[in-house]
Design a binder for this molecule. Structure first.
Ligand code: HEC
Length: 156
């Protein structure tokens, strides 16, 4: 009597184990996919070519004096000038430091990223407080004017 049960029970147990194992594998794969997706959107990998086309287009015909006015007359100055360095880093000397901030990005590429994708890299000691929609609010030409102006602010 006890023997007659096991032949019928065993295949079912095997099937159950198989399904359970498949479910675990599927779950782990899904988890890996989700983690990969969130990681790549948080930390985009940068290369010497990152933003190169956008920066070249923006700087084509850029005018530092227009950039100076844009920054002084808009909210950039609220945090970066009026904040006296407490809210946001001061722009003084940024033309010299920008090139070392985030290798392998050049000074121009770093400044471009700092404005259109500020969360990608935070200056040490500061919060992620900068608006993240400047790519929509400024034209490529205006971004170029601002970058051209910031590049003139070399350390003396
Ligand atoms: C609400 C405050 C705020 C406003 C407005 C703002 N920023 Fe910022 N900005 C910050 C903070 C805080 C940081 C430092 C954290 C970081 O790196 O994102 C920063 C960092 C930067 C950096 C990098 C500075 C460095 O020393 O490496 C640049 C360049 C910059 N901002 C440009 C601009 C420009 C141009 C505008 C206007 C179009 C602007 N910001 C508007 C708060 C602000």
């Amino acid at each position: 009597m006890t023997n007659s049960k096991s032949p019928a029970g065993q295949p079912r147990t095997k099937l159950f184990l198989l399904i359970a194992a498949a479910a675990v594998v599927a779950f782990v794969l899904l988890l890996a996919l989700i983690m990969n997706a969130t990681q790549s959107s948080e930390t985009p990998s940068i290369t010497v070519d990152s933003y190169a086309d956008e920066v070249a287009a923006a700087l084509d015909g850029a005018d530092a004096s227009i950039g100076e006015k844009l920054i002084a007359d808009t909210e950039c100055a609220t945090c970066h000038v009026a904040g006296e360095g407490r809210v946001a880093p001061l722009f003084a000397g940024i033309g010299s430091t920008a090139g070392d901030r985030r290798p392998p990005l050049s000074a121009e590429q770093y400044l471009y990223e700092s404005i259109v994708l500020p969360a990608a890299h935070l200056v040490a000691g500061y919060a992620n407080a900068m608006p993240s929609n400047y790519a929509q609010r400024y034209s490529s030409a205006d971004l170029g004017h601002m970058i051209a102006y910031l590049l003139t602010l070399a350390e003396t």
